[in-house]
Design a protein. Structure first.
Length: 139
């Protein structure tokens, strides 16, 4: 069995963004040479997420609206975490809702997705460099 590891780096200029990283993950899979196995994609920061869904702008706006309704950024004073000098408690909650990682089957050297599935990086407290781990195991 082989394994391959790659880090993807992001520096989102805004506080929040959803980024389709499927091409980056497919490139990592190609680099790995693995034909059959599993691909883990993991946000390595506690205010960012990796998830699978449709790449449709209306859905992305629905996510943004929904997450902001569930865990609004302001007023920042309402969150105990922000008493530490941070202003990102909402980002921690949004990450918890959207998830930390995804695992995708690798079949015949390709990510084995459903019809509309794509991998996204969800940034909820941007404006600094963050990374995503891609770990692929198989043969």
């Amino acid at each position: 069995m082989k394994s391959y590891r790659k880090e993807l780096w992001f520096n989102v200029p805004n506080r929040r963004a959803l980024i389709n990283i499927t091409p980056d993950v497919q490139q990592a899979l190609h680099e790995s040479g693995i034909q059959e196995g599993l691909c883990l994609v993991n946000a390595m920061h506690i205010t960012a997420s990796v998830f699978i869904n449709d790449d449709e702008p209306g859905l992305h706006q629905d996510y943004d609206d929904w997450l902001e309704e569930l865990a609004p950024h302001a007023p920042i004073e309402k969150y105990r975490h922000n008493r530490t000098g941070e202003d990102n408690a909402d980002a921690h909650l949004k990450r918890q809702i959207m998830g930390r990682e995804v695992v995708v089957a690798v079949t015949k050297g390709r990510l084995d997705f459903g019809t509309w599935e794509r991998i996204f990086y969800g940034e909820f407290d941007g404006r600094r460099r963050k990374r995503v781990l891609v770990k692929i195991i198989g043969e």
